[in-house]
Design a protein around this ligand. Structure first.
Ligand code: GAP
Length: 462
């Protein structure tokens, strides 16, 4: 019997990601670019599967949510109105010894002192000064720091600044995707036959000048968000908020995450307009950390954009004739964080006699490759031709991989490491009886299946 162990240290996950083509440091041949990562051949499949599941849950399975894909570049007036230009900042300090730039709230948190990125500069500096003896630089161990300063996270660009009216103002790469939803509220309302309550869902890139960039893809400067804004009657905001908390929790259970690896975190230090905010946290190898935020945001967002743009963003209720600015319930998740949570959740190490088998035990919907097809030997054209025939049929329905390299044992291990649920092997017997070996990733059991039955077999599995 094999002994199954769950050991998901970050080093093991990072090493698997590099070795098997899930995640690479960006610009690696030029020494990399801090806190930016590229998704490799299997990484892009896993990320796409996560996005597909989210999109299905948030649009296809609902008749009250529509999709949107707003541009990354937006008028800089949006970021002024939303408060990001003034207030989207983290507290920064510098170690006087090694000159590492560090997030002050994280530094305090690591020393067991409560602090929050939303505190004012004065508030957080007071806590910092009162607790200086507890804090040390995580890089060099130093104890002397510069005073905390607020550091704006928006990433500036020079788009169009040689021709446009905005030449004196910088443009920004969007710091969150949801602003594209707010500023298209009226367009969607006027074109999509939606009635309150309804939601707009969007998946897309966001950019932040993050100060500390450790923890692999957990906190990056370029990342993807999956955000949904649900527009409701003011008095119904908390009812829908509570529903959304439940639905989003269940989304992760449906992905196959164990409930014990999820936790709620309630925000105590709310921004003035928010009614309530909770994070769903996941038990990453470095502890429970935010996976998704669910926020009751009142009418703040539409109100500020209505005022700043001069456009009427009121909703006219067709039944009651009541006119009001809708309140918003937001659900905001990160693709990279769900990706890292999935790797953590499904990573397994099994001792088989003297060997260690590494498996990503993904549910089929997340697996980058669903079926791998092998000819037993690469140099036997009849085996290769038959395996190709099978691959050409299965690929029409499922993401498959053809592999004729190395011995079968090694090919199985490679597919285990990328999480492929099934491998199909064509051997000499297959040429005589039209049967192939289907090997199950989790049980490692092998069974003979008629080639003509393969599609039916997999339809029942996936
Ligand atoms: N519109 C609300 C909003 O952007 P947030 O808590 O700043 O809220 C939402 O971000 C989610 O986006 C987070 O829960 C996380 O999953 C993801 N996220 C935020 N910053 C990130 C970063 N620097 N790197 C990776 N993911 C990030």
């Amino acid at each position: 019997m094999s002994k199954q162990e769950k050991d998901t240290s970050m080093d093991k996950i990072i090493s698997l990601c590099k070795r098997r083509g899930f995640v690479f440091p960006s610009s690696e041949i030029y020494d990399g670019l801090a806190a930016v990562y590229d998704y490799g051949p299997y990484g892009v499949e896993l990320a796409n599967n996560i996005k597909k599941e989210w999109w299905k849950a948030m649009t296809q399975l609902r008749d009250d949510i529509v999709g949107l894909d707003a541009a990354i570049f937006m008028s800089p007036r949006i970021w002024e109105a939303s408060g990001h230009v003034k207030g989207f900042s983290d507290p920064l300090t510098e170690c006087k010894k090694c000159h590492s730039r560090l997030r002050l709230d994280t530094l305090l948190e690591e020393a067991g002192v409560f602090a929050d990125e939303k505190m004012t500069e004065a508030e957080i500096n007071k806590i910092f000064n009162d607790n200086l003896n507890k804090v040390k630089c995580p890089v060099c161990g130093g104890h002397e720091f510069t005073p905390g300063k607020k550091f704006n996270l928006l990433v500036q660009s020079n788009l169009g600044n040689f021709t446009s009216d905005w030449s004196k103002e910088p443009t920004y790469l969007r710091g969150e995707t949801c602003q594209g939803i707010y500023v298209n509220f009226k367009n969607v309302l006027d074109s999509a036959r939606v009635k309150i309550p309804f939601g707009i869902a969007q998946i897309g890139k966001a950019f932040r000048n993050e100060i500390t960039a450790r923890q692999f893809i957990f906190r990056t400067r370029e990342f993807e968000q999956m955000e949904m804004q649900y527009f409701v009657q003011p008095e119904e905001e908390m009812t829908y908020y509570n529903q959304w908390r439940e639905w989003r929790w269940n989304f992760y259970l449906n992905l196959g995450f164990k409930e014990e690896n999820l936790k709620w975190h309630k925000h105590e230090n709310l921004v003035f307009y928010a009614k309530e905010a909770y994070d769903i946290e996941y038990k990453f190898p470095f502890g429970f950390k935010e996976l998704e935020g669910i926020h009751a945001r009142g009418d703040y967002d539409l109100s500020v954009h209505s005022q700043a743009s001069g456009q009427d963003l009121n909703y006219l209720d067709p039944v009651t004739n009541q006119k009001f600015i809708p309140h918003v319930v937001e659900t905001s998740a990160g693709v990279g964080r769900t990706f890292l949570a999935a790797l953590t959740e499904f990573y397994r190490e099994e001792k088989i006699e003297t060997e260690t088998r590494i498996v990503l035990a993904f549910p089929a919907k997340l697996a980058p490759i669903k079926i791998a097809v092998f000819p037993l030997l690469k140099n036997k054209p009849e085996l290769v031709a038959k395996a190709r025939e099978i691959f050409d049929v299965l690929k029409l329905t499922w993401r498959c991989e053809f592999d004729d390299n190395g011995n079968i044992g090694k090919r199985y291990r490679r597919q285990d490491e990328i999480g492929t649920p099934f491998c199909v092997t064509v051997d000499f017997e297959s040429l005589e009886n039209d049967e192939v070996t289907v090997r199950d990733r989790d049980t490692m059991k092998q069974e003979r299946i008629k080639i003509s039955e393969l599609e039916n077999f997999f339809r029942l599995k996936f």
